[in-house]
Design a protein around this ligand. Sequence first.
Ligand SMILES: [Zn+2]
Length: 498
Amino acid sequence: MKIRLFASPIVAAFFVLNCWAQNAPASTPPPNSFLDRLTSLTDSDSRPWTAEQFATMGRIRDAAMTDPNAYNMLAHLTDNIGPRLSGSLQAQAAVEWVAAKMRAMGTSVTLEKTTVPHWVRGKEDAVLTRWPGMPPGTMQKIVVTALGNSAPTSEDGLTANVMVVGSFAELRSLPVGEVKGKIVLFNKPFDKELTAQGFGLDAYGQNLAYRGVGPSFGGSLGAAAVLVRSLGGGDFRLPHTGLTLYGEGVDKVPAAAITAEDADLLARLSKQGPVTMRLTLTPKTLPPTSSYNVIADWKGSEHSEEVVLVSGHLDSWDLGTGAIDDGAGIAISMQTIHLLQSLNIHPKRTIRFVAWMNEEFGVSGATTYLQEHSSELTYHVAALESDLGCDHPTGLSFFGAPEAARYLAPVANALAPIGASVLTRSDEVTAEDIAGMVQLGVPGLSPSQDSRFYFSYHHSAADTLDKVNVQQLNENAAVMAVTAYALADASEAIPRRK
Ligand SMILES: [Zn+2]
């Protein structure tokens, strides 16, 4: 029960104040004492929101929980438009649909042009043609998917022995020439225990380098192709794709992810003797093309030049329909504007919705935004992005000044009825599109989503609408909308990092 009591900073402050009063000496406390700081938490005049504004936060939160619009928008984006890989026709259709929806909500819409890579998945197939104990004349299928940006094999594939390693260090320690011509598999298991305890992003971060630069590293040592064990915690023999990057001057070797189950199989078999694989990947890299960030402003009533940005990324991988990554972030950010419109709320500052293009293939939309708006960043009061799915949010994660915790405490309090009152400060931005802005001093925020299940589906064919729980999606919309409103209507802005 004590934990519940202290979950609310205001209740905690009263509790401590009462204890203090009982034991206080009869002298005047010194200025800036602990008591002053606690009192300031409970003193409405010293906070940047009035009672009326708190009531508005409650109205936005409650409306978010019952409004079906966020889910309906997400359903259209995923079921009707479908996968939205950068450069694809579907990504372009998504840009046009989002722009039209935002215009209909009464915002002022700009399409911001950005150049995106255009990579198209081809045939992908992997079979074992030789392994210890194989019945003569048989083959064994390995479930594989090309990594984004992968170079192709020939149409007929390449056949080579598989070499399984657990780390970069292990590969580097092998005798020179040992790797040459092999299909290297980086087999570092995804930490399911960490994920089960809510640290999914940390588990992902621990293995990300193998997908990101493993193929380049293997290529530099002469590997014929590089496979990575999928980054994901599910047990459904699903391969998870994602971007890989090639270093300058390094041979671009074909790169793919195989399932965790198949990685284990290869590890077991290769301990018994040589294992040979035929790997066929025929993706195409087409010339870069133009696409767009969709920017939609809900104009501020007093300081329209000051901006609170709400966002998600509109592009997705091509295997599923990008429901949790990141159709959900788009839907809950669009819903912020929809709620303001339907409740007729016009905060002092502008709330700017941004649908980022091309987070997955190199964050080019966000890079373009930084270039185009560099002189306006001092007027960017805060930037919000949701890009960790839409399971239950426990509160807000913020990136920036430590003092922002005290500032945000009343907002967290307004989110307590939906179980989203925990404030977490982090130095590392978990939402890629706002990371550049945060580095330049703009306070960044994200809903703190439950990440226990996200990485079971992330970047796989199972990232589809059925993974979305409507109530939890609405909780995320409430966190986004209440926070954006609070930051945009406050009498003073959230503290910036000094
Ligand atoms: Zn994402």
